[in-house]
Ligand binder design. Structure first.
Ligand code: C5P
Length: 282
């Protein structure tokens, strides 16, 4: 039996650079795994089966089962596996939970089936499952380019804590809809990402430079974001940002106690805030 944590991510920067001929958008984003994580377990079995403690996610479309099926076929494996998933990451929230689960399945199955597959080969398969999946094969702090699938590991962010306000009620195709609502006026030039990369390389990060150019399209597409942002600011948060296509908003602090206090204030006003620390690559 092999168990792996499948961590959530935040986008510290996310800049949409433009629309590509294939319909995807060219991105420059710095992604960061955090301590909030699902747990994935694989055990030997004759067939490939999957169960999830959230019955709504246990169907055949789950990215975990798609990733497992693709790896089994590509590696010509005849054995199966039973995969179980314990969810803790809110779904369709901009936290990458489904993509992380798929990457954890690939890593766990590579071990269970004793495949001699380097991470780069797994990454090519992962990119066909979803643009965010390859990042989770590395985790920690990394630059993602292309449509999000080209990964360059970066020096660790270090001791940062995040207060997350997940938000809910967005449809499962919200990422596609928010990208579709992006216009050239929303595009960035990648310079915010380059600046953060330089700061990471010097070991001195200023969260005031975090950006997400999907914020405008996300606010135009779905309601509730402005009110959630106002609640965070009223509770004393600084550096409030949308993660990915949202709807999760997060505030960044360099102090755990400050993060806990902020989360307590938000919970007292009925907002389900979570605290998570920056995680390193494992
Ligand atoms: O790659 P993934 O399946 O996660 O992407 C979901 C949808 O989001 C895509 O079908 C596309 O419409 C949009 N997308 C995009 N540009 C990206 C990533 C995703 O337009 N870089």
């Amino acid at each position: 039996m092999i168990t792996r944590a499948a961590p959530a991510k935040l986008n510290l920067t996310l800049e949409v650079l433009g629309r590509r001929p294939d319909g995807y958008h060219a991105l420059r984003t710095i992604m960061q795994t955090i301590s909030l994580a699902d747990q994935l377990t694989v055990t030997s079995a004759a067939n490939l089966t999957f169960t999830c403690d959230d019955p709504a996610l246990g169907g055949p479309d789950n990215l975990v089962l798609r990733a497992a099926t693709a790896l089994r076929q590509a590696a010509a494996v005849t054995a199966g596996a039973h995969i179980t998933l314990e969810k803790h990451i809110p779904t369709a929230a901009g936290l990458g939970g489904g993509s992380s689960d798929a990457a954890a399945a690939l890593l766990a199955l590579r071990e269970l089936w004793a495949l001699d597959w380097p991470r780069e080969r797994l990454a090519a398969l992962a990119a066909a499952i979803g643009s965010d999946v390859p990042f989770f094969l590395w985790g920690g702090t990394a630059l993602a380019e292309g449509r999000g699938e080209r990964i360059t590991p970066l020096p660790p962010l270090g001791a940062f804590w995040f207060v997350l306000l997940p938000g809910d009620g967005t449809p499962p195709d919200k990422t596609r809809r928010i990208f579709a609502a992006t216009t050239p006026a929303d595009y960035g030039d990648g310079s915010a990402t380059d600046r953060l990369r330089a700061q990471l390389e010097r070991g001195s990060v200023d969260p005031a430079g975090f950006v997400n150019t999907l914020s405008g399209p996300a606010e135009r597409t779905f309601g509730g974001l402005a009110a959630a942002r106002a609640a965070l600011l009223a509770a004393g948060a600084r550096n409030v940002l949308l993660s990915g296509a949202g709807p999760t908003l997060f505030a960044t602090t360099t102090n755990r106690e400050e993060a806990e206090q902020l989360a307590r204030t938000l919970r007292a006003s009925g907002r389900p805030a979570l605290v998570a620390a920056a995680a390193e690559a494992q």
